[in-house]
Design a protein around this ligand. Sequence first.
Ligand SMILES: NC(=O)c1ccc[n+]([C@@H]2O[C@H](COP(=O)([O-])OP(=O)(O)OC[C@H]3O[C@@H](n4cnc5c(N)ncnc54)[C@H](O)[C@@H]3O)[C@@H](O)[C@H]2O)c1
Length: 429
Amino acid sequence: MLVSVIGAGYVGLVAACCLANSGHRVKCVEHDRSKCEMLAGGLLPFYEEGLGDLLARGVKGGKLSFSTEIESIKNTEIIIVAVGTPSRPDGKVDLGQIFGVMTDISELATEPVTLIMKSTVPPGLGLQLQKRFLFQKSGKIAYVSNPEFLREGRAVKDWYQPERIVVGAETPEAVETVKSLYSDIEAPFCVMDISSAEMVKYASNAFLATKISFINEIANLCELVGADIIPVARAVGMDGRIGGSFLQAGLGYGGSCFPKDTKGLDFISTLNGHTFNLLKAVIEVNARQRILAVRKLSRLLDSLCGKKIAILGLSFKPGTDDTRESPSLDIIRMLGDEGAEVTAYDPMAVLRQNAGPLPEFTLCGDPLAALTSSHAAVITTEWREFLDMDWEKAWKIMSPPRVILDGRNCLDPHKIKSLGFQYAGMGRA
Ligand SMILES: NC(=O)c1ccc[n+]([C@@H]2O[C@H](COP(=O)([O-])OP(=O)(O)OC[C@H]3O[C@@H](n4cnc5c(N)ncnc54)[C@H](O)[C@@H]3O)[C@@H](O)[C@H]2O)c1
C-alpha cells in the first residue's frame, strides 16, 4: 500500500520504518527540516532500539522517503497522523498540531483515502474533526482512530507484537483497510466506534498510572509501619487478578505519555461535568513522590544547602534518551532551590527543548565524575550501568556522609551498606 505518515516522532517514525519494512511504500512528512534531513540520510534523531537498522534498510531499499512538504500526502491510500498532543499548563490537551495537520489534509488529500489517527486525542475529538475539517469530503475520506500503545525503549518489538490493535471506525471497509495495513501482524483486533477507541488509550494509560501511584502509596505506608515494599509488591503482584507489572515503587511515572494523558483525562472529565477523584489522587501522589524523595535526602543530610548531590539518570526510564517529564529534572530543580550543587550523568539521555526549561546542573560524561566529592547520590533511572557500577570506587571518591538514595529500588541494599554507604530506598524498611 502507499502510505503517508505525518510526524516523525517516537510514534510516527516507528510506524513509518516498520510499515516500510513490511513492504509498504511510505512517505514520511516531518516539518522540522533538520530532523527530516537526518532521516533522509538514514540517521536517527533519537535513540530507539532496533529502529536505526529499519530506517537504513527502508531508505536504502527505496521503500521509505522523507519530506518537509505536506503536498507529498497527495495520491496516497492511507494517511497516518502521528503529531504531538502535548499538555497545556492547565492540563488541557494542546491540539494545535492536530488542527494544523487536519487543515492540510482537508485541502490536499486526494480521495478516496483512509485517515488513521495515531496521535492520542480526547474522546469525541475524531467526530468533531470529521465535522469541522472533512465535511466537504464526507464519504471520501474515511476517518479511523487507531491509538498507539508502543513503549519507548521497546517500540519496534511492540509494533510487531502488540497485545491488541484497537480500531475505531464507522464502516467495515475502513476496518478492512486497517487490517490490510497490519496484515503481517498477529494480534486481536478490537473494533469499536471512534470515541470508544479514543477512550481506550486514555483509560489504559490512566490505569497503569493508577497502579504506579497505588504501589507508591503502599510503599510510603510501608516506611511508616516498618514493612518492606519489595516482598510486599512481589506477593501482591503474584495474584493473577492484579499482575506484577507497574507495581515497582519509586519516584513515580514520567515521560511523554502518562503525565499528559492523566492530566488530559482529568481535564476532559471536568469539562464533561464529572469529577474524576481517583485520577486526581493518582496525579497528586505522583507529583508528591518526587517531593518526598527530596525531603528524605534533606533529612539524611541534615540540610541540602551547600551539599553536592549526584543524580544518576536523566531519562524518564531506561532504554530511551527521552527526558520529557522526567522525575530527575524536577528533583534537580528542587535540590537547586534548596541550595544544593547538582552534578548528573545519564548513559543516553539527550536534553532537548521539548523537555521544557532545564534546571541548573553540571552534566558529566561518566558516573564517577558525577559522584566525585558528592555527599549523596540519587538513582533516578534504573539503568543497568548503575547496577553494575564499581560502588567500592564510588565510595572512595565521594565525601561523607556518602548517602545513596535509591529512587528506583534497583540496587542491592546489603551490598551498598556493606561498603559503608548510608542507603535509603523507597518504601524499604
Ligand atoms: N511517545 C510515546 O511513547 C507514545 C506512545 C503512544 C502514543 N503516543 C502519542 O503519539 C503522538 C505522537 O507522540 P510522539 O512522542 O511521537 O511525539 P513527538 O513530539 O516525538 O513527535 C511529533 C512529531 O510531529 C512533527 N510535526 C508536528 N506537526 C507537524 C506537521 N504539521 N507536519 C509534519 N510534522 C509535524 C513534530 O516536528 C515532531 O517531530 C502523541 O499524541 C502521543 O501522545 C506517544
